[in-house]
Design a protein around this ligand. Structure first.
Ligand SMILES: Cc1cc2nc3c(=O)[nH]c(=O)nc-3n(C[C@H](O)[C@H](O)[C@H](O)COP(=O)(O)OP(=O)(O)OC[C@H]3O[C@@H](n4cnc5c(N)ncnc54)[C@H](O)[C@@H]3O)c2cc1C
Ligand SMILES: NC(=O)c1ccc[n+]([C@@H]2O[C@H](COP(=O)([O-])OP(=O)(O)OC[C@H]3O[C@@H](n4cnc5c(N)ncnc54)[C@H](OP(=O)(O)O)[C@@H]3O)[C@@H](O)[C@H]2O)c1
Length: 446
């Protein structure tokens, strides 16, 4: 019998498990599946952890999410086609839920079946090699401190790529008297109340952590961008300046001559695609981009079609794109989709990479990833979902952000699955300090 190893039970790993479950429900014979998860529970980044650094077994902590994190895109854009928000919550809910609410949603559909018994929790995959016939997967049972080697016909890498921080160094950091941390280790904006905070970076982490610190009472927030400023209309107390040059004592000195006293520096400098458990011939090497090369349809490893990667792209689309990838990967594994010859594969990858390299603005990037997701969607029986509406929502969302970065999370969108329109949340995001599910879902609260 065909044996499949799935590594990781974040949203991608869960999509993979769900796709097999759906095929089985239709009476298809599915392969034997073993899913490895290094944490004690599933949900990936959405499973918040207070831990940073390493866990009680000496294994690195993958979590990068923090308290008071809210969805940064409309939930309608990530909705599962086979499990709507309305079905899970029993009523329409606002468009920008906090982490705990999305975590609950992600787990909703997989909790219903018998999927969990396919997962070996507290099991880290430490080595994967290919012997010309199949894969040898070594895993460490962390609780019992035991290593196990097993053979598999297919390996699915769903380990995420926002867990291993990229940490640059700037002159003067060694003698900086305050705290320096990467966004990966940021857990609670309250820590920075009354402080002068420097945030380095110009992407989603920089934007959100700067606003979090401001929202929870930082004295000042100075964002240092490297290439392009985010250019939002920042609230009073937040400013964006050009690139950190050096630290001098407790002062941050920027390339544009700006100087700022600092109590803390938060490096929102992104993450590394890091797969220490894979041999070089199997390892995806890429920066964070919309079409990493060497992946046919963004999923199948070009040099070994029995190795599949999920969710390795930079992401506008998330959960339903992961589903489309998983349904496609499942059908490759179950031989329902035939992989073309090497030159066709090369041509297809090159086509997408060349298109990606020409993208100039967020609208074009949204179009690109929507086209990619639609193409994948057409290749499997993943249920119908209105990607044209999702495309429209993403563009509107981008424009809302440019209009006012403090209010974009107060807007409402319609579902691409059920058509229902989200109610407006009872409290504007800027003054919603309590991010618990209970408070968020209590729509009668004033
Ligand atoms: C701070 C932050 C906020 C975000 N906010 C949003 C948001 O608002 N909306 C949105 O759509 N997306 C958001 N994202 C994007 C996020 O990447 C996806 O939502 C999603 O979590 C990706 O799923 P994944 O399964 O690829 O990876 P992950 O969620 O990272 O899951 C990977 C899993 O693999 C496991 N694993 C890793 N290595 C091994 C190993 N060697 N052996 C066994 N198990 C292993 C990990 O423990 C983890 O459970 C955010 C990302 C970050 C970093
Ligand atoms: N829900 C939420 O609110 C939320 C919050 C945070 C993150 N997220 C998600 O988390 C994921 C990761 O986002 P991310 O922002 O961490 O990573 P990212 O999107 O990969 O961006 C990395 C950033 O680091 C900058 N950078 C790299 N090296 C630098 C240096 N030496 N000095 C200054 N800047 C440097 C890059 O700048 P250049 O452009 O100049 O290279 C870029 O702006 C995304 O999917 C995002 O949606 C969501």
């Amino acid at each position: 019998m065909t044996k499949v190893a799935i590594i990781g039970t974040g949203p991608c790993g869960l999509s993979m498990l769900r796709s097999f479950e759906q095929a089985e429900k239709k009476g298809e014979k599915i392969p034997e599946i073993v899913c490895f998860e290094k944490q004690e529970d599933w949900g990936g980044l959405w499973n918040y952890s207070w831990r940073t650094g390493s866990d009680q077994y000496g294994d690195s902590v993958p979590n990068s999410m923090y308290r008071y994190l809210w969805s940064n895109g409309p939930k309608e854009c990530l909705e599962f086609a086979d499990y709507s928000f309305d079905e899970h919550f029993g009523k329409p809910i606002p468009s920008f839920p906090p982490r705990e609410v999305l975590y609950d949603y992600i787990l909703g559909r997989v909790k219903k079946g018998n999927i969990k018994n396919k997962v070996r929790f507290n099991n880290s995959v430490t080595n994967v090699t290919y012997n010309g016939k199949n894969f040898e997967v070594t895993s460490r049972d962390k609780k019992n401190d035991k290593n196990l080697k097993e053979n598999f016909d297919y390996v699915v890498i769903s380990t995420g790529h926002f867990s291993v921080p990229f940490i640059p160094e700037y002159a003067g950091m060694k003698s900086f008297p305050g705290r320096i941390l990467h966004s990966h280790d940021f857990r609670d904006a309250e820590e920075f109340r009354g402080k002068n905070v420097i945030v380095l970076g110009s992407s989603y982490s920089a934007e959100d952590i700067a606003l979090q610190c401001h929202k929870y009472g930082a004295k000042s927030v100075t964002i240092g961008y490297r290439h392009n400023p985010m250019g939002f209309k920042w609230p009073i107390g937040v400013k964006e300046v050009h690139y950190l040059d050096r630290i001098d004592g407790n002062k941050a000195i920027f390339k544009d001559g700006h100087k700022q006293e600092a109590d803390a520096i938060i490096l929102c400098c992104g993450y590394l695609h890091h797969f220490p458990f894979l041999t070089e011939d199997l390892k995806l090497k890429t920066r964070n981009r919309l079409y990493p090369p060497k992946l046919y349809k963004g999923v199948v490893w070009q040099n070994n079609h029995n190795l599949l990667y999920l969710g390795m792209q930079d992401q506008f689309h998330t959960f339903n794109m992961f589903d489309c990838q998983a349904w496609f990967a499942r059908d490759v594994i179950m031989n329902k989709i035939k992989i073309p010859n090497d030159s066709e594969i090369e041509k297809d990858i090159n086509k997408w990479v060349a298109m990606e390299e020409k993208l100039e603005n967020p609208d074009q990037m949204i179009d690109f990833q929507t086209e990619y997701t639609k193409e994948l969607h057409d290749l499997s029986d993943y249920p119908k979902i209105d990607f044209e509406l999702i495309r429209k929502h993403f563009k509107e969302w981008e424009h809302h952000k440019m209009e006012d970065i403090m209010t974009y999370r107060n807007k409402s969108f319609s579902s691409p699955v059920t058509g229902s329109v989200a109610p407006i949340h009872h409290t504007p995001w800027a003054s919603a300090m309590d991010d618990s599910s209970k408070t968020f879902l209590n729509q009668s609260k004033k």
